[in-house]
Every structure is written in C-alpha cells, then in structure tokens.
Design a protein around this ligand. Sequence first.
Ligand code: PSU
Ligand code: MN
Length: 291
Amino acid sequence: MILVADEVREANAVVALETTLIAHGFPTGEGVAVGFESERRIREAGAVPATIGVLDGQIRVGLSGAELERFDLAARKIGPRDLAACVEQRAIGATTVGGTLAVCRAVGIRVMGTGGLGGVHRGFPNPPDVSADLGELARTPALVVSAGIKSLLDVPATLEVLETLGVPVLGFRTDDLPLFYSAHGGPPVPARVESAAEGAEIAATHWDLGGGGLLLARPPDTSLEDVEPLLEEALAAAARRNVKGQAVTPFVLAFLHERSEGRTLTANRELVVANAGLAAEVATALSASSR
Ligand code: PSU
Ligand code: MN
C-alpha cells in the first residue's frame, strides 16, 4: 500500500514534501516547478527529497519527475482522514501537511518542509474549522519547517492550540513568529534557535522524551508587509461565494496571487524552496548526530 522509492529507503537524511501545495497552492505549472526546485534545493544540501502523494492506488514516498507532474492535474486534497479512501478509489491524491505527516509516521521520516502550516481559521467557532495539520503534527515525531502559520488564519489562536497539543515551536533566528508572507509580526516564539543543528538537537531530545512533532519557523527572505488588506478582501470574497472547508485555502492563495500581480506568488515560491533547504540541513544534522 505504501511504496517507498529505493533512493529514499537507502538515504540517511530524508526530507518529506507535500503535494497539496503543488496541486492547489499555485497556478497550473507553477506548483510543479516549485516541487522540482524544492527537491533540487534538498539535494544541494546533501539530503534526499521524498515527495509524498497517492497515485494508482498506492501511497508513494519519493516520486519521479513524470510522477510529480501528474499532481498538476485535478488531484484530490488529501488530509489524514482522506488517505484510505483515496488509495481504495485509486484517485490522484495530493497530501496536505497533515496527510504527508501521517505517511511520515507510517514510514519513519523525521523531517518535512512546507510553506505554511494550517491552523485555526479566523472567526472560530464560526466556522469551527481547524486544520488537521495540527492534530497530525502533535502525534507524529517529525520536525516541520515552515514560514510559520499561514496568515490567512488566526495565528495567535493556532499558536495556543499548538501549546495545548504539546508541539514545540522554534523560531529560526527570530524571536517572533513569521507570518508566512511577512518575516515578522507574529506572537513571540516559545524558543529561538540559531542553527539547523540546534533545531535537530532539540528535536532529538523532544523525541527521547516521547514527544511528537515540532515546528521550526523560518522567516521568509522576501517580506511583504502590506498583504493584510488583500487577505481580508480574499476572505470576504470566499465568504460571499460560500467557499468552505478544504476549498478556502486554495481559493485565498489564488485570489492573492492574482490580485497582488504575482508578488505573493514569488514570495510563496521562494519561501517554500528556502524551507525545503533548511529542512535538508536539519535532516543531515540529525543523521550526523549519533542520537
Ligand atoms: N503552504 C503553502 N501552500 C499551500 C499549503 C501550505 O505555501 O497550499 C497547504 C498545505 O498543504 C496545508 C494546507 O496542509 O494548505 C492546509 O489546508 P487546510 O487549511 O484546508 O487544512
Ligand atoms: Mn479546514
């Protein structure tokens, strides 16, 4: 049911990548380019990429170029609860952070890179929408590198839930949580680290204590300071058009990409690739340490 690529099985340092951002986070073609660029960055840093998704009735861990390109077409968005149905129904399944982590847990991958973690949607409890990314991160012993929590969400509420779930949040050379498109401005992080090696040490200790997932938040190099008004417009447009549940994040990202004349697109692409690179450094540090 799970097919792990030979290269991934044999590697010491592996970084998992999701396919939802390839299929639903970028315009057609762009997502695939971001996927390839992320994989390249991971290899440059001395690790092996394991892009994860569902194809032909199997959960695939590590994709060929041609296989990765299949996620450009209409793929289901697959959270943890959707994996089994997607496998049995032989649909193409693009895994979210949560869906990808569920597979990491099954095969023992310890590091993942992504853009922004899902979380508590603004306006909770109307709608009562909390991303499955949070629950899955709590139960999976893996470190996720992201540019913080997607700022279309209620970021302070999401940080509170991560505390409740016992998920350490580490700021990479920052004291406050990055806000996805903006490098700074979020709530203070509970701990700051100065290097990938330090993040790896903390993760290993957390796992020795029986802990689950950790978030390592890396501020994006390109910081857009003026997206909040556009974000509010996007969320209002989503509400007007009755866009709900799983469809909200893709709708908002597409709205922003269009209305910012591509500025959010460029920023999003860069931060996903940079996070993959940092994730690879953490993975190599973990494999180098004897723990
Ligand atoms: N980060 C990005 N682009 C994305 C996502 C994250 O830069 O498209 C995706 C991830 O797959 C994340 C999902 O798991 O959005 C969260 O969706 P929801 O809020 O519906 O759980
Ligand atoms: Mn949701």
